[in-house]
Design a binder for this molecule. Structure first.
Ligand code: MN
Length: 259
């Protein structure tokens, strides 16, 4: 049997043809979490994923868009009960976005508080140049019993990663992350039971075209090499991790695991 694949962070609504992108991931049986960048984009994403078996949508407010979209936080809150998946959320202190960092912190703190209050959410979290602050906020606002955090495309230090592990975080790893020596060194030391895979398509590329969920095989192969496992064993491990993660938040959609 072909191992199942997981793309736990991509943006299928940003592809030229989201309907086909979602249909392809679903037909291929790839467990896919398609994130949104603004709450206004949510209703369409929810509609597009309503009848899919393998594709879930996450409700987000991307830190890079907080400067102009922070007012949509009330809309985010209104929709929160429509999904167990939250993202893309987090902080970005990179050159283009540090000016809005205070506002980003307010928004992310609010999101974490709301998730802790209602419980049962999985968050896919961006932490560019802000790993430490992201972890401070997670530690202060979202106890592991109240929600699960997946650090997407994590580029913090090894000590940040160790702290994240202690806080119960998972890591979704993509091929771009494994293309740097620093990224490989970090991922090599992560606990096996916290590893997930992602593409972050369309923001990453394969042969100059935007990545698709099926391209997650590249991350699987690279991870397998790095962790001295066969690609099939690695794919099975990541599936087992996803199962633990979604069961921890009581995802009633058992269809994720009928295969
Ligand atoms: Mn992303």
């Amino acid at each position: 049997m072909v191992a199942r694949l997981i793309d736990f962070h991509c943006h299928l609504d940003l592809y030229p043809d989201p309907v086909t992108a979602i249909a392809e991931a679903d037909a291929a049986g790839i467990y896919t979490l398609t994130v949104t960048t603004t709450p206004r984009a949510w209703p369409r994403n929810l509609t597009l994923t309503k009848n899919t078996r393998y594709v879930r949508a996450a409700l987000g407010l991307h830190p890079q868009l907080v400067a102009e979209h922070s007012h949509e936080i009330s809309l985010w809150e209104e929709h929160l009960n429509e999904t167990r998946y939250v993202g893309e959320v987090g902080l970005d202190a990179g050159p283009g976005y540090y000016r809005s960092l205070d506002l980003q912190k307010q928004i992310f703190e609010h999101i974490l508080k709301q998730c802790a209050k209602v419980g049962g959410k999985v968050l896919t979290v961006h932490s560019v140049r802000a790993a430490n602050t992201v972890l401070d906020l997670v530690e202060a606002q979202l106890p592991p019993s109240q929600g699960k955090v997946v650090l997407h495309w994590f580029t913090g230090s090894k000590s940040d990663a160790r702290r994240a592990v202690e806080l119960g975080c998972y890591f979704s790893v993509n091929a771009a992350m494994l293309s740097t020596e620093k990224g490989r060194a970090l991922v090599a030391e992560l606990p096996a039971d916290r590893l997930l895979t992602e593409t972050d398509g369309p923001f990453t590329h394969v042969n100059s075209r935007p990545s698709r969920p099926s391209d997650v095989t590249i991350a699987i192969e690279q991870l397998a090499t790095l962790r001295l496992m066969s690609p099939n064993a690695l794919a099975d491990l990541v599936i087992a991790n996803l199962r633990t993660l979604v069961e921890a938040v009581g995802d009633p959609l058992k269809t994720w695991f009928t295969g």
